[in-house]
Design a protein around this ligand. Structure first.
Ligand code: PXG
Length: 291
């Protein structure tokens, strides 16, 4: 497997980063997870825009242009002959000394592109739905660090994931500091109630997911249903008609139980199934061609 590292394609065994890289020492860096389906990269422009926005927020200048990053992604996929893939983009602050000060990182930031395959949950969950729990780890608050930055410090989400695993389920619903639903450890959350689709807005601590965006568009344009970005309570989730999660890695997965409360009849709902079909069509027919 070939990895793109600072402009070169190197073998996996040789793709190494210094122990003085501030990405490792302090989680000082940003990342993106992107997917390619059927020889096309899904919404790459949106992912690159978000990567650049994350970098800008932490005052990190990505040393190449977006167009060159796009070329590098395609080059890495071709080198690995991958046409259905999970693509991880990582930009670290680079090598410095043992101190927080990014000015001491005198070398340019490290650029990493890993292309591989991923399956987050087993196939059964996509057909029958998944159980989730609401965990005690709260989504970090806007007043300490914007939850919209996809930074290399994912401890908040990892702690939520550990709680989910301890609770015997695969995914954790995280609340914000006010106790309203924010999102999951690496996915956005949606509910359906009386034919209307609801998802928490960014101001509730949800990352503005690219899959989330695609699903909102499909609901409005293809299914012609109302979409509301509104505050959601735990009560709203327990009493929803349908619930599902979205994310680049997870894609769309139905949720059929939350904290042991069956969602409606405990089966994936109609809106969810229809959106999953539309999402599949969209991912297989749009995006930047690899060849
Ligand atoms: N919320 C968070 C906190 C995320 O990190 C999403 C939602 C979904 O966003 P997109 O744009 O992908 O629809 C993400 C991104 C994993 C993993 O291995 C998942 C993400 C990031 C890192 C790892 O499950 N998802």
């Amino acid at each position: 497997m070939k990895i793109y590292l600072d402009g070169e394609l190197v073998e996996k065994e040789d793709a190494k980063i210094s122990v003085f890289d501030h990405g490792l020492l302090y989680g000082d860096g940003v990342f993106e997870g992107v997917r390619a389906y059927n020889g096309r990269i899904f919404r790459l422009k949106e992912h690159l825009d978000r990567l650049w926005a994350s970098a800008k927020t932490i005052n990190l200048k990505i040393p190449i242009q977006q167009k060159d990053m796009e070329k590098a992604v395609i080059k890495t996929l071709l080198a690995n002959e991958l046409f259905d893939a999970y693509i991880r983009l990582v930009v670290t602050r680079g090598c410095g000394d043992l101190g927080l000060d990014p000015r001491k990182c005198t070398k340019p930031p490290s650029l990493i592109i890993i292309t591989d395959t991923i399956s987050l949950y087993s196939e059964e969950f996509y057909e029958k739905g998944m159980e989730v729990i609401i965990v005690s780890t709260r989504r970090m608050s806007q007043d300490s660090l914007s939850p919209n930055i996809k930074s290399l410090n994912y401890l908040n989400n990892i702690l939520a994931k550990i709680e989910a695993t301890r609770g015997g389920v695969m995914e954790a619903v995280m609340l914000n500091s006010e106790g309203y639903v924010a999102e999951c450890s690496g996915d956005n959350i949606f509910i359906v109630k009386n034919g209307i689709l609801y998802t928490p807005p960014g101001s509730e601590g949800a990352l503005l997911g690219i899959t989330r965006d695609a699903v909102i568009e499909l609901a409005k344009n293809k299914l012609k249903i109302l979409v509301r970005e509104e505050r959601i309570s735990t009560y709203n989730v327990y009493t929803a008609d349908e619930c599902f999660l979205t994310g680049t890695a997870a894609e769309m997965v139905p949720v059929t139980s939350v904290d042991s409360r069956e969602i409606f009849d405990g089966k994936p709902g109609k809106v969810t199934i229809n959106l999953m079909r539309e999402f599949k069509n969209l991912t297989r027919s749009t995006g930047i061609p690899i060849k």
